[in-house]
Structures are given as C-alpha cells and as structure tokens.
Design a protein around this ligand. Structure first.
Ligand code: GLV
Length: 325
C-alpha cells in the first residue's frame, strides 16, 4: 500500500519529525522561516495530510489546491484562528491542534510578562546597561504592585484559569469575563464574573486569554481602553487580533492606561519601526508563550499524532472542538 503523502511546513523538533518520516512520504520545509505561500500551494497538491504552524493560513485556496485526497490538517498550536475549520469540515477534512500541553507554560509567561511590565524590568535592565544607574533614587523606575490588586481575566478557559491559579499567591481580587459565567471553574479560584465593561473599569491589570473569533476581534478598541483605569496595565498573551493596536498606542501615549505587555501582536512580527516599540511603557515579546523546550517538543509530538491518525482515517486524538484555548 502507498504511504500517505504529507507536507510539514517548518523545521519541527526531531522526535516529531522522525515519527512522521517513518510512516509518510514527507515534503518538509526545512527552515526556521515560513514556507512561501506559492510553494505551499504547490506542495499540498494531492497530499493526505498537512502539518502546519499558526503562520500558515489554511483557507479554501489551500484546500482546493490539496484536492479530495486531503484528510487532515494538524496545527502545532492550540489556537486555530488561522484555519477555516468550517471549510475543512465541509470537505470532510479533520482538524487537530495541541490543547492542554501548553496551558501552564503560557500562563507562566503571562505572569512573567505582567510582572516585567508592572515592575518596568526592560526599562531597568536598559538603564543599567546604558550607565544610567548613578545611585539609589527614591522614585526611580517605580512601578505597580500585583499583590492586593484587582486582576481582570478576559476568557477563563484553560490558560485563563491556569493564570488565575498562579495568582493565588498574590492575594489578588480576581474578576473574569466571557460569554457566560463559569461557576464550576471560577468558584474554586475565587474569581467573580463581571461584564466586560465592569471588568475594564475595576481592574488594575487586564489579561487577555480568549481565542480570536469574530466576536473577540478588535474587542480592545479605543472605547475599551477609555474605560480602563489610568494606572491599569494591559497584558495580551492570546492573539493580536483581539486588539486595535492603533487604539492601544493612543491609550498609552495619552496616559489612558499605564502600560501594556504584549506577547502577541497584529501583525506578527511587528515591524521594527512600529510606534508601539518606541514606547517605554509597552513591553513586546515575539510570541513566546509556549516556548519552553519541553512544551514545544510535546506540542510537536501531539501534532504528529493528530497527523498520523488523520492520514490513517482514524479519529484525531486531539481534535479541534471550538471554544476555549
Ligand atoms: C500559540 O499561540 C498557540 O496557539 O499554540
């Protein structure tokens, strides 16, 4: 019997690649940079499976190019806003992702980014290297306390609730918002449901953990930032598309909020001359929420398991089911 044909769109961890290579005819974009779209469209022709990252848009054009042989799209990410899942389902193409394994790692990054932004760590590190540390000064590089603060969590899914768990040591008041109250998740965490508007008005820190969907696209616009406290810090480790970055820039410059920490932006990467990068009160990371050796390796393996199940015509062990990340 012919081995299934698959495309792998990036240089992925070796254990995952070996698993795929052992059973599939594999076309492999052996690079740290994304596969160019025209090459991708050519390579997918007649394949049984696509192993992609969040940098590849999987839309009807890709599905048409692949044709009826395509059985599975497996993304090495928990988020799947880059995949037109409905179009896949209509064609009987299964879609897999990597939920669960990156939850704690991403929540830890959110906390690290929150603290780095609140305590102005990048500015402080820069000051030391630039020779600006002349002496101990009473109000130099003063930031904002997390302990005792009100933290608003937008999206109490897997990562949002792991983040809330990490905050248990900081004696925070926790608010959360989302499409509906989730008492079974929230009550043990001591988190209280609030409307989006109430959460913005009351929180000292607002941390985004919702997926990017038509409902959450540009949720953080000028009106949202206007509702926030002047001392508030905004943290986004979910998806850049949830934020209007022009509105965020204006809010930071006008002092409507105190600071922002972003692990995700729109676009990605943010161009190096983007105005947000010139602001001392905006900390930007290059989408590293799940970037630990162990977690990225597990994600790669999980995506390989989805791919191999899909090309064999079996149900995926980790199918996209919609909802939370
Ligand atoms: C990263 O953003 C992911 O969705 O896994």
């Amino acid at each position: 019997m012919d081995r299934p044909r698959v495309v792998v769109t990036r240089d992925i961890p070796a254990p995952a690649f070996r698993k795929i290579w052992a059973c599939c005819e594999t076309r492999y974009w052996d690079s740290q940079e994304p596969i160019p779209r025209d090459i991708f469209l050519e390579w997918v022709q007649g394949v049984d499976g696509i192993y992609c990252l969040l940098t590849e848009r999987i839309d009807p054009e890709v599905l048409d190019a692949a044709g009826p042989s395509l059985k599975v799209v497996s993304t090495m990410s928990v988020g799947y806003d880059h995949i037109d899942v409905e179009a896949c389902v209509r064609r009987g193409v299964q879609v897999g992702h990597t939920p669960g394994v990156l939850t704690e790692t991403t929540a830890e990054l959110a906390l690290a980014l929150l603290l780095a932004t609140a305590r102005r760590l990048p500015e402080a590190i820069h000051a030391v290297k630039a020779g600006e540390w002349t002496t101990w000064k009473p109000m130099w590089l003063t930031g904002w306390d997390l302990h005792g603060a009100t933290v608003g969590i937008v999206g109490l899914g897997r990562i949002g609730s792991a983040f809330a768990r990490l905050l248990q040591g900081f004696q925070c008041r926790l608010l959360y918002t989302g499409p509906r109250p989730k008492p079974s998740v929230a009550d043990p965490l001591g988190a209280t449901y609030a409307t989006f508007e109430a959460l913005l008005e009351q929180s000292d820190f607002v941390s985004v953990h919702c997926p990017l969907t038509p409902e959450t696209a540009r949720l953080f616009d000028a009106a949202a930032f206007r509702r926030m406290k002047e001392t508030a810090i905004f943290i986004n480790t979910a998806r850049g598309g949830v934020v209007d970055h022009q509105a965020l820039y204006q809010a930071l410059v006008a002092g409507q909020i105190a600071g922002a920490g972003l692990d995700v932006t729109d676009p990605e990467p943010l161009p190096s001359d983007h105005p947000l990068l010139g602001l001392p009160n905006c900390v930007v990371l290059p989408h590293i929420g799940s970037a630990t050796v162990a977690t990225r390796t597990r994600m790669a393996l999980m995506a390989a398991e989805n791919l191999l199940a899909g090309v064999a015509g079996h149900p995926l062990p980790h199918p996209v089911q919609g909802g939370t990340v």
